[in-house]
Design a protein around this ligand. Sequence first.
Ligand code: AMP
Length: 215
Amino acid sequence: MFLVLLGAPGAGKGTQASFISQHLGLTHIASGDLFRQAVEKGTKLGQSVKAYMDKGMLVPDEVTIQVVSERLSEPDCREGCVFDGFPRTLGQAKALDKALANQGKAIDKAMYIEVAEEELLKRLSGRWICRQCQVPYHEITSPPRTPGECDKCGGELYQRSDDTVETVKERLKVYFAQTTPLLDYYEAEGKLIRVDGGLGIERVAEEIIGVLKPK
Ligand code: AMP
């Protein structure tokens, strides 16, 4: 099964993608994580994408498509995967369809996690993430038991450098301008499923799994 998770930054795509990947045994591909790893390692790719990420802008399509296509060609993606944060433009969505079609495969569903804009701003500006297992916390709504430490694995919590108020506003602007057209794209293909992302993590996960599990 090949799934796309759509939604604004802060909608909970990462959380739900890792939940789906564990539940259905699918590989989780997060384009933002691939880029952050490259930045941390200081690779050539990392150096070329850092400025875009710091400003909240999208990395150019040809770079993004290349990075995700390489990841998609690895053996653990043969049976399927969950795309988180990709595609973000129509060009990326079309490139993904083509890459999958070349292997006789196709996107099965695009899950759209819908969250109101003011809620997104609140979520992103208090967000802390575990460096080891990527679980997100929020300093007001879901703080860790020990400040700075992950409840699940004891890993160190950090704030993303692009979770500042200024950059978050830019990321949301970019999202509404460039990524929302994908909703029409997947709707026209009969693949779009809308989920209310304001329901809370467990309820959203239940809804998604309910839609995906064979009846
Ligand atoms: P994310 O972790 O998905 O919020 O992504 C963090 C940043 O990485 C974004 O603000 C972009 O700069 C870059 N990025 C991640 N995924 C994509 C994508 N599919 N297309 C272009 N840029 C991306």
